[in-house]
Design a protein around this ligand. Structure first.
Ligand code: URA
Length: 211
């Protein structure tokens, strides 16, 4: 499993603004979009391309275009939705599917409560969006789900990750071809499974419930 922290001054600066407790939700959404654009630039480096013959105003030449099949972007509801605009701004030809996942508080199992994906993902490069890689349970389940549906490669983009979540992915799904692109690996999870220092509840902060 490839794990890459995008080490860039703009990412570090914007993440710091995002973490601040006083950052209001409208700014939080803007920063999330900007961060996803920066992270997706790195995360898309292995996308397949093909040559294409084009005509410029001056001459004919061989250019490059993204090769098919179209990439699929899958935000994990709810907080992953806040990352969608940045991703589709960078890859406008991508298709978008949705996965809604939550933890059953009794069994602690991850349940998939919503799923809107193309039937067959064979050969597709899938980008999963989830801002917080905390325990890793949701992302591990999402990766398994997408691989079962035939995805050729799964690239996960997260703003923050806890070491515990990365280790869980390593132990549970490292046999599958997956990549992780992260804004930062934070210190740890606290007893409520929040990332420390983190930024709080990403969904609440995106959608105004923390303001
Ligand atoms: N989900 C969040 O929104 N925040 C955390 O810190 C962990 C999981």
């Amino acid at each position: 499993m490839r794990v890459q922290v995008v080490d860039h001054p703009l990412v570090a600066h914007k993440l710091t603004q995002l973490r601040r407790v006083e950052t209001p939700s409208n700014r939080f959404r803007e920063l999330t979009k900007e961060l996803v654009m920066l992270l997706s630039y790195e995360a898309s480096e292995t996308m397949a391309t093909e040559p294409v013959e084009i005509q410029t105003p001056v001459t004919a030449t061989t250019g490059t275009q993204l090769a098919g099949p179209k990439p699929l972007v899958v935000p994990i509801l709810r907080a992953g939705l806040g990352m969608l605009d940045g991703m589709t701004a960078m890859i406008p030809t991508a298709e978008v599917g949705f996965l809604g996942m939550a933890r059953d508080e009794e069994t602690l199992n991850i349940i998939t409560y919503a799923e809107r994906l193309p039937d067959d993902l064979t050969g597709r490069h899938v980008f999963v969006l989830d801002p917080m890689l905390a325990t890793g349970g949701t992302l591990a389940e999402a990766v398994r789900f997408l691989k079962r549906a035939g995805a050729a490669k799964v690239t996960c983009i997260c703003l923050l990750a806890a070491p515990e979540g990365i280790e869980r992915l390593r132990s549970e799904v490292s046999d599958l071809e997956i990549e992780l692109f992260l804004g930062s690996i934070d210190e740890k999870l606290n007893e409520k499974a929040y990332i420390v220092p983190g930024l709080g509840d990403a969904g609440d902060r995106l959608y105004g419930l923390a303001d």
